[in-house]
Design a protein around this ligand. Structure first.
Ligand SMILES: Nc1ncnc2c1ncn2[C@@H]1O[C@H](COP(=O)(O)OP(=O)(O)OP(=O)(O)O)[C@@H](O)[C@H]1O
Length: 251
């Protein structure tokens, strides 16, 4: 079936700092792909370059074979993105945001209205549909961000920390939506710090460490009979170094 997303040697420097250092990944079409890594490992920078939000210093990204930088319109039509720290039109209501973005993406008005209604209901935002985004909680922002990513029925979803700050009931709803999306032939790449969640949802995983791919493949290949958490800790470092320094915390 080919790759939903192909990253080839993506590299990004911020001054002296090499945030992403030659990341190559293949996300097979139809897969549910988890990207894990410590704080500052380079996940957000990688995903931002993968979807055309940040220009790489080196390397390429293709979405279903369409180069994100040389064929941006074709590539971006195929992907729905939930970026980190999504900038929203703050003075619009949730429904207005969906209407605005749907029309901007060229969807017919009736389709936008129907999908906005359904998304707001499924994501339990219908109560808040008249509330301005500026008044949304962090979790509500995630949910409206996810709704904007789903609105144009993309073939690939790229989600940066979609469960961060989301309550357990909403998380269960989002999991059901995402599983249904993959069961219906869609592909998903998500980043998360929660290993249990990645093990529960994903069939493929990549561990990013210090801007590089430390391991990638199917979930079973990467964890090799252990838990993902044990594999992760072994790959990226030992927990607890320096904790004895905080002896003043215990009386
Ligand atoms: N705009 C920027 N300017 C300077 N440095 C940056 C910038 N964006 C990211 N970095 C640096 O690049 C590195 C990778 O950051 P990135 O946000 O991609 O990591 P991450 O894996 O997503 O982290 P987290 O899990 O904490 O969200 C970090 O060292 C970060 O400080």
């Amino acid at each position: 079936m080919g790759d939903a997303l192909e990253l080839m040697g993506l590299t990004k420097r911020f001054g002296e700092k090499v945030a992403v250092d030659g990341v190559s990944l293949h996300v097979p079409a139809g897969s549910f792909y988890g990207l894990v890594g410590q704080n500052g490992a380079g996940k957000t920078t990688t995903l931002s370059m993968a979807v055309g939000l940040l220009r790489p210093d080196d390397g390429h990204a293709k979405i279903f074979g369409q180069d994100v930088w040389s064929s941006p319109e074709q590539a971006k039509a195929l992907v729905g993105v939930l970026p980190d720290g999504l900038a929203m039109p703050e003075r619009l209501t949730g429904r207005e945001v969906l209407t605005y973005l749907g029309l901007l993406r060229g969807l017919p008005k009736a389709t936008v209205e129907q999908r906005a209604r359904e998304l707001l209901a499924v994501l339990e935002l219908d109560e808040a549909e008249k509330t301005l985004v500026i008044e949304y909680s962090t979790g509500m922002r995630k949910k409206i961000g996810l709704a904007t990513a789903l609105l144009h029925a993309p073939r690939l979803l790229v989600l940066d920390e979609p469960f961060e700050a989301v309550d357990p009931v909403s998380a269960a709803t989002i999991k059901t939506i995402l599983r249904g999306f993959v069961a219906g032939g869609g592909s998903i790449v998500l980043s998360s710090h929660v290993m249990a969640l990645v093990e529960q949802l994903c069939d493929h995983v990549a561990v990013i460490d210090d801007g590089r791919v430390a391991a990638a493949g199917t979930l079973d290949e990467v964890r090799g009979g252990r838990t993902l958490e044990d594999t992760f800790v072994e790959l990226v470092g030992t927990p607890g170094d320096g904790v004895e320094e905080l002896s003043w915390l215990t009386s």
